[in-house]
Every structure is written in C-alpha cells, then in structure tokens.
Design a protein around this ligand. Structure first.
Ligand code: NDP
Ligand code: 8X3
Length: 252
C-alpha cells in the first residue's frame, strides 16, 4: 500500500535521498526545508520520474508558529501522514566548549531538538486518531559518544536519543513506531554547513576513508519503514566500515 511520507530537511543529504527512495516505491511525499526553490525543483523532478503526488512544505522547523500554521493548513488529503522522518538538523562549529559561539549552540538546540519536537507534536494527533504511524528521527553516533569539540551538537543528538525513547514509551498505546537512526559520517552538505562554507575543512572530514552516502542511510530508513506492523527497529547505529564509533575511524 502506498503511504504518505513527511520528510523534514528534504532539500539536501539524507532527507533528499529518503525522498527519492520512498518516491521510487510509489509513496506520496510531503517535503520540507527552508530553501523553497530546491523543494519545488525536487517536487517536479520526483513527480515526473515516479508519478507520485508531492506537497512542498517550506518552513523553518525552529519557528513554532510557522510549523503549527503550515502543518495545520495542509490540504485534507495530506493531513494524516503515515511516516514522519525528522531529518532537518545541523551542526555549527567544532570549537572547544569555552570558545564555542553561543548563537551556534542556540541554533543547534532550536533545530535539532525543538524543531523535531514541534513537527512531531503537530503531526501526532492524526497518527493517534488513526491508531498507527511511524516517527523516524535522525540521531547520530554523536549521541552515543561525545567527542572533542562536539559538545552541544553531541548533546542535541543525545537528546534525540532520549526524546525517541520517551516517545516510544508514551505512544505505545497508540501503536506508533518510533525509530532513532544513528549514522556516523555521511558525506552530505553537513560538514559544509558545520564549517560555514569552508570547503577545505569540510573535505577533510571525509579524507582517507569511504564515508556513508545519504543513499546508504535512506536505504536503511526505508527498510525500517517497510517492516510488518508488529515489528519496530527502536534504534540503529550505522557507520561506514572505516569507522567504529564517533571517536575512532581508520584513515588510509
Ligand atoms: P544536510 O546539510 O545535507 O541536510 C540538512 C537538511 O536539514 C537540509 O535539507 C536543510 O534544509 C534542513 N534544515 C536545516 N535547518 C533547518 C530548519 N531550521 N528548518 C527546516 N529545515 C532545516 O545534512 P544531512 O542530510 O547530513 O543531515 C540530516 C540529519 O542527519 C541531521 O539531523 C544531521 O544531524 C543528521 N546526521 C548527519 C550525519 C552526517 O554525517 N551527515 C551523521 C549523523 C546524523 P534547508 O537548509 O533548505 O532548510
Ligand atoms: C554527524 C556525524 O561525526 O560529525 O552526526 O558527529 S559527526
């Protein structure tokens, strides 16, 4: 059966790869991100290629009112997504705790934690009404182990772990699955964003190893989203073969 899949952060990286993967399966999509032109471009491309219906939902997940107003104004057929993939997120900076920029911290907290909460909270009533649904959060190996100069980014991903566990417990009675996907290094725009456009620093993150691709992660998310109703992957850590955890990698 074809599903409605709501993907935040679909303008790039893992979210975008998920959009392609689910569309290829014939699922209908709600795609979010702040860059409206990219959303429109993706919508046209995937709708034509896979003949699926796509709704663009351009909003900033940090803005509570924008999130509530936008989602609550979805046309009737889009009001009850089967799957929510919370991929919108970012890291900003790799500085020691004492030197890090407080505004960077606030943006990470507002996006990775509060944004995820706002979107989930707005979508949940329809899942509860239907007595089914699946929320898939993007955690990270950074939520498993804190690494040097990772401070608040790691903290937000630890929070995603705790939030996912809390959601899973509290939503048991409503038959809603909650999955926390925790990838290691994935080559996307993530590092370019983290290093504020510095391509050299961003490139170094993936030097000497073959990182995960966004498609690797999307394939895994698709697998988790395609299991029978009685099966839920609660959390899943995945890294490239050259990475053991958020601290140890082997570089040639
Ligand atoms: P990208 O930078 O490639 O994509 C991030 C996406 O998030 C973009 O679509 C961006 O869209 C969106 N986004 C960021 N801020 C907001 C906002 N305020 N409102 C709405 N959308 C927003 O990174 P990835 O695909 O790699 O990251 C996706 C998720 O995966 C993040 O949560 C990240 O923490 C996590 N992750 C990434 C890993 C990696 O190594 N790449 C590893 C582990 C986890 P736009 O700018 O258009 O708003
Ligand atoms: C992104 C992976 O290693 O940059 O969550 O923290 S890492």
């Amino acid at each position: 059966m074809k599903r409605i899949v709501f993907i935040t952060g679909a303008t790039s990286g893992i979210g975008r790869a998920c959009a392609e993967k689910f569309a290829a399966n014939g699922d209908h999509l709600i795609i979010n991100g702040r860059r409206k032109e990219r959303l429109e471009e993706l919508k046209n491309q995937l709708a034509e290629k896979y003949k699926v219906d796509i709704l663009c939902a351009p909003f900033d997940v940090q803005n509570k009112n924008e999130v509530f107003e936008s989602i609550n104004q979805f046309p009737e057929k889009w009001k009850s997504p089967d799957i929510l993939i919370n991929s919108a997120g970012l890291a900003l900076g790799r500085d020691t705790f004492d030197e890090a920029d407080i505004t960077d911290w606030e943006i990470m907290i507002n996006t990775n934690m509060k944004g995820l909460l706002y979107v989930s909270k707005t979508v949940l009533p329809s899942m509860i009404k239907r007595n089914s649904g699946h929320i898939i959060n993007l955690g990270s190996t950074a939520g498993n182990e804190v690494y040097e100069r990772g401070n608040i980014y790691c903290a937000t991903k630890s929070a995603v772990e705790a939030i996912s566990s809390a959601m899973r417990i509290d939503l048991l009675a409503h038959h809603i699955k909650v999955t926390n996907i925790k990838p290691g290094a994935v080559e996307t725009e993530f590092s370019l964003v983290r290093f504020k456009g510095d391509e050299e620093k961003a490139g170094k993150v993936y030097e000497g190893l073959v990182p995960l691709t966004p498609e690797d992660v999307a394939d895994t998310i698709f697998y988790c989203a395609s299991l029978p109703p009685n099966v839920c992957i609660n959390d899943l850590t995945m890294t490239c073969t050259a990475q053991a955890n958020s601290i140890y990698s082997y570089r040639e």
